[in-house]
Design a protein around this ligand. Structure first.
Ligand SMILES: Nc1ncnc2c1ncn2[C@@H]1O[C@H](COP(=O)(O)OP(=O)(O)OP(=O)(O)O)[C@@H](O)[C@H]1O
Length: 255
């Protein structure tokens, strides 16, 4: 269901999307590479492959200017959906069309732990395709927005998880993204950073990009998103305005 008007330009179209993970199910052990290796050494039978159907027949259209909260219980397929939109997971069936370049900002986004925050800002900006001149121009804003202060000259390995998440968000949001995918990055920040990052998401949305935000904080979704998708067991239960979907999910969660 589309919240935008008929003039709006679609940026992401998911059409009957199914994502299935294939995992090695060991006999008694966990399905890790180590257990598979032990099995080979012991010349045991081939392991069974278990399938996890993480996203089931999901269809929606996102438009320019949409900020879409993705909500649902643990394991309901939210991160998987974001990774599929980013093109990191091949669909088992169905398709995702994206008009523009999606950028996934996850709490696990690659940063070089041994390098200083300062070097990571430069690397991150280069990775997003910014020129040296653009980086120089944006550098102070990024550092100020991150609120890292003098820690910017220390290796990332000395940062708390919240500080690292703030720096990642500051780097990612320095650039205008066609489609920005944010996975729980705000949850690790403190209250003050949360307020600033919510404002930033609103700016990105106003600049006519499309933002997807996976969050367990329904308040953040209500404050920053115009739309929400509720996933349950990989199925899209509801697609509508943030208020409507959060209300339905809250009612459901309260049993
Ligand atoms: N790399 C993987 N290999 C196999 N199964 C996976 C993998 N990643 C996720 N899954 C499974 O896919 C399903 C959806 O997981 P996903 O991480 O997308 O859920 P989520 O809604 O983001 O959860 P949470 O709120 O806990 O972050 C779960 O059953 C999970 O066990």
């Amino acid at each position: 269901m589309a919240v935008a008007d008929s003039e709006a330009e679609p940026t992401v179209v998911a059409d009957h999307l199914d994502i299935i993970y294939k995992v090695i199910a060991g006999q008694g052990g966990k399905g890790t590479a180590a257990t598979a290796f032990r099995r080979i050494l012991k010349r045991q039978d081939r392991p069974t492959i278990r399938e996890v159907h993480a996203v089931k027949d999901v269809s929606f259209i996102a438009y320019k200017g949409d900020a879409i909260g993705v909500i649902g219980r643990n394991g309901s397929g939210k991160s998987t959906l974001l990774r599929a939109i980013a093109g990191l997971l091949p669909p088992a069936s169905g398709v995702v069309y994206t008009g523009g370049q999606p950028s996934l900002l996850g709490v696990n986004a690659a940063m070089m732990n041994d390098l200083t925050g300062d070097r990571n800002v430069v690397l991150g900006c280069l990775a997003m395709g910014m020129s040296a001149a653009e980086i120089q121009q944006r550098y102070d804003d990024i550092v100020e927005f991150s609120g890292i202060g003098e820690f910017i000259d220390l290796p990332m390995s000395t940062y708390s998880s919240g500080m690292a998440a703030r720096l990642k968000f500051a780097i990612a949001s320095a650039k205008m993204h066609d489609i920005l995918l944010v996975d729980e990055a705000l949850a690790t920040g403190d209250a003050e950073f949360r307020v600033r990052s919510e404002r930033k998401i609103r700016d990105l949305r106003d600049q006519a990009g499309t933002v997807f935000l996976v969050s367990h904080s329904l308040d953040v979704v209500l404050d920053t998103c115009n739309r929400a998708l509720w996933l349950d067991g990989g199925v899209l239960r509801l697609d509508g305005t943030a208020e409507e979907v959060v209300a339905a999910y809250t009612k459901f969660a309260r049993g």
